[in-house]
Design a protein around this ligand. Structure first.
Ligand code: HEM
Length: 414
């Protein structure tokens, strides 16, 4: 039974064994022609269908499971997990509306299984799926998905491409994308496995564009504020999940299919840590406007204190410099707010220099009204800009959540 249950995406004999049942189910879902799932990819799925109920029981005492179904997709209001991968793909030209629906059914099915500690159909390492570690899979649609599928007139108001900023040094390998899978969990093995399985499903319909991986320190769940690689407490001023304020800032109330969705701006921002290291603590703290040890504003004593931007020292010099990061980033109008849920990255380099920075992820109902004015201001003047450089940028509409029997993005396609 154990052997029979083990799926094989590559087995050449798949169609001659009882596993062929899975083949037909997978084909049914994926459809024929150019976007048909290969027989190898399909093998073994049905056996897992039979198995999945038992596995759910087996893992019921395992680490916490984040619910997949609900009015909003998980992975946004979710307390940040310690590891993340953002994977973007571009739809193949032959993918039409019908194929896109099949793709979203499959991706939603994969996400539901993986997040509830069950392997996907055709999972060749099903043992890796037995731990959920608060896994969330969040799906987003880039502007290219709407135009590519002839749905330009159904694109949500909240989504827009960002203009080019003078500070940008964007690289194509970190930018754009028709479809995003944001995968977060407290265990990097779980993230890696989920990314691989989702990637295999998506490969039938799309070409890979980029994968960006990040990590944070475990956070205490109260403030959600951890530290970034510049050593700063990052995440202090943020809407609090579950509050009416959070709902207003993050979830769209646009009428139609996008109600309950949100948008994501993902900016890859390199930190030039080698020159940052040349500064002592005073200019470092002035660049942000907060203390490095406690995260308190320069005018306060604890992290939660409200900054006093009008305060001056005995020489009449502002305590928080007017071009400090928080002085520039704070909202000028009520709408200019969003949820920040960033991850750090630190890539290997050949030399003893760093390739580190932030995968800056901002979620808001409407990019143009909420995110853009703040980004414009920071691009214009921000002391931190001397040690940071945006190298990637992408925007996505994150559709609302789904219910059993449904799939992510259903309202857009039907
Ligand atoms: C590598 C790049 C960045 C670093 C290291 C950074 C770091 C920080 C730090 C340490 C804080 C203060 C603590 C907190 O409230 O979280 C902060 C606040 C903030 N940052 Fe950034 N940040 C970066 C990029 C950005 C970008 C690109 C935006 C938006 C376009 C942004 C928007 C904000 C906002 C809105 C606040 C809160 C301001 C307030 O006090 O109201 N940050 N950031």
């Amino acid at each position: 039974m154990a052997e029979e249950a083990r799926p094989s995406r590559t087995s050449a004999t798949a169609t001659k064994t009882p596993r062929s049942r899975s083949l037909s189910r997978r084909r049914l879902l994926a459809g024929g022609g150019a976007v048909a799932v290969t027989s190898a990819a399909a093998a073994g799925g049905a056996a897992l269908l039979a198995r999945s109920g038992r596995e759910a029981e087996e893992t019921s005492t395992g680490p916490p499971i984040e619910p997949f179904f609900g009015p909003h997709q998980a992975g946004i209001a979710t307390r940040p997990q310690t590891h993340a991968a953002f994977m973007a793909v571009d739809l193949r030209p032959e993918v039409d509306l019908e194929a896109a629906v099949r793709m979203m059914r499959l991706v939603s099915d994969d996400a539901e299984r993986l997040t509830s500690a069950r392997p996907v159909l055709g999972d060749q390492e099903p043992e890796l799926a037995q731990v959920a570690s608060r896994l969330t899979v969040t799906i987003g649609f880039g502007p290219g998905l709407f135009t590519g599928l002839g749905l330009g007139n159904r694109q949500c108001d909240g989504l827009m491409e960002l203009p080019r900023f003078d500070i940008d040094r964007l690289r194509p390998e970190f930018s754009g994308g028709d479809l995003l899978a944001q995968v977060c969990a407290d265990d990097p093995m779980v993230v890696a496995h989920a990314v691989r399985q989702l990637g295999k499903t998506l490969a039938t319909f799309a070409r890979p564009r980029w994968v960006q991986r990040g990590f944070i320190q475990p956070v205490d769940g109260r403030t959600g504020a951890g530290r970034n690689l510049m050593g700063q407490v990052d995440g202090t001023v943020n809407p609090v999940p579950g509050s009416p304020d959070f709902d207003r800032v993050v979830w769209s109330d646009e009428p139609g299919w996008f109600a309950g969705g949100t948008t994501l701006v993902l900016r890859r921002i390199a930190m030039t840590l080698d020159t940052w290291d040349e500064l002592d603590r005073v200019p470092r703290e002035q660049a942000v406007g907060r203390r490095l040890d406690s995260g308190a504003p320069l005018t306060g004593s604890v992290e939660a204190d409200a900054p006093d931007f009008a305060a001056t020292d005995r020489n009449g010099v502002p305590v928080i410099p007017p071009f400090a990061h928080i002085a520039r980033a704070r909202p000028r109008a009520g709408q200019e707010r969003f949820l920040r849920r960033p991850y750090n990255y630190d890539e290997p380099t050949a030399a003893i220099t760093s390739d580190s920075g932030l995968l800056f992820a901002a979620y808001q109902a409407h990019i143009g009204r909420q995110f853009l004015p703040v980004q414009r201001r920071l691009a214009d003047q921000d002391l931190l800009n001397a040690w940071t450089r945006p190298t990637g940028s992408a925007v996505f509409a994150i559709p609302p959540g789904t219910q059993p029997g449904g799939f992510i993005g259903e309202g857009l396609f039907t």
